[in-house]
Write a protein that binds this ligand. Structure first.
Ligand SMILES: NC(=O)C[C@H](N)C(=O)O
Length: 352
């Protein structure tokens, strides 16, 4: 009774069997949030045209009986949405649930299934706010389970194996996809359509092959149990939004965000976080009113240097280091729950 290894068919009818706990096997909980890994298309050739967030977690797990060779796996449907529709509310709800589970002695690891479009954001948020050493692994897929050569089943198997491995402990939240294991902090979706969508400019931490993890490096930035942020102390996230830099950019978006009362603006600048001459005074106007300005870059690799391109000390701006704008948004929001001090905020951007 072997299910096809390459795909979790959305048509598999059997509900997930109640997890029969096998002594000596780690206990892994799969928290499902939707995305393409739970997607379904009209035909097997629809690798890119499909509806995300269709297949319930029980069905995903039932389609992968091989999981029971690795761990005692149970599933929980937290949301059923495409990840582009995540809001801060879903982030907080998910982080609270992950934290509750991580505190349970009977849980050894947690997998979060997630759409890929904002996967790196959720993974980084969990990395900042869940105080645990237990493995938390976020996984998605680029093709729905109904497609030929669907990637979800193998990605899920790899994620469960990573969450079940003692060697994954203490490395922060991980993203396991396409055989790679990346740090949630560093990884980003850098390619559309293709199954090798996720990469980190600093390289993966390891690989997961045939249910076994292999490690090559470990993160040096603060995360999870070493973080000063804790979901138990975060009730809400302040409004932090992103403005994009490009040729001929007007100040319309910045003016609108200022009027809307944002607490911080992440400027996704050109090059090394450069800012157009007509935008600089607009940001400084807001800074004078107390809005935090974080200088990031729209370029997916490299990092933004303090006082290069713009005099950050003089303007009292913060630089995002190597965080992309969407991750800088989350770190700014989390940091602002504790401090408004730009020296502290800059320290936080160096450390996380
Ligand atoms: N591949 C995917 O998961 C994309 C989908 N739009 C999502 O993020 O939910």
């Amino acid at each position: 009774s072997q299910a096809p290894a390459a795909a979790a068919p959305a048509t598999a009818a059997a509900p997930a069997p109640a997890p029969t706990a096998q002594a000596g096997k780690p206990n892994v909980v799969v928290l499902a949030t939707g995305g393409t890994i739970a997607g379904a298309g009209a035909s097997a050739v629809n690798s890119a045209t499909y509806t995300a967030a269709k297949v319930p977690v029980d069905k995903l797990l039932a389609g992968l009986p091989e999981l029971s060779n690795i761990a005692n796996v149970s599933g929980e449907q937290v949301f059923q949405i495409a990840s582009e529709s995540f809001t801060n509310k879903e982030l907080l709800t998910l982080a609270r649930r992950v934290n509750e589970l991580a505190k349970q002695p009977g849980v050894d690891g947690i997998v979060v299934t997630h759409g890929t479009d904002t996967l790196e954001e959720t993974a980084y948020f969990l990395n900042l706010v869940v105080p645990t050493d237990k493995p938390i692994v976020v996984v998605g897929s680029m093709r729905p389970g109904t497609a030929i050569s669907a990637d979800g089943a193998l990605n899920l198997l790899g994620a469960v194996a990573t969450a079940a491995s003692k060697d994954s402990a203490g490395k922060g939240v991980l993203v396991s996809m396409n055989d790679n294991i990346d740090s949630a902090r560093d990884v980003a979706k850098l390619t559309n359509i293709k199954t090798n969508a996720f990469a980190s400019q600093w390289g993966p931490l390891g690989m997961v092959v045939e249910g076994k993890t292999y490690w090559f490096r470990a993160p040096v930035k603060r995360h999870t149990r070493g973080s000063e942020f804790n979901i138990e102390q975060i009730t809400d996230l302040p409004a932090v939004d992103i403005v994009y830099g490009y040729g001929n950019v007007p100040a319309t978006a910045i003016d609108a965000l200022g009027k809307a009362g944002v607490k911080a603006i992440v400027h996704a600048g050109t090059g090394n976080g450069s800012v157009a001459d007509r935008i600089v005074p607009k940001l400084n106007e807001l800074r004078q009113k107390g809005v935090i300005v974080v200088r990031s870059s729209r370029v997916p690799a490299g990092f933004v240097l303090r006082n290069a391109e713009q005099p950050d000390d003089k303007y009292d701006w913060v630089v995002a280091h190597d965080l992309n704008p969407q991750k800088a948004r989350l770190l700014a929001a989390v940091a602002l729950t504790k401090t408004q001090d730009t020296k502290q905020l800059q320290r936080i951007f160096w450390e996380y």
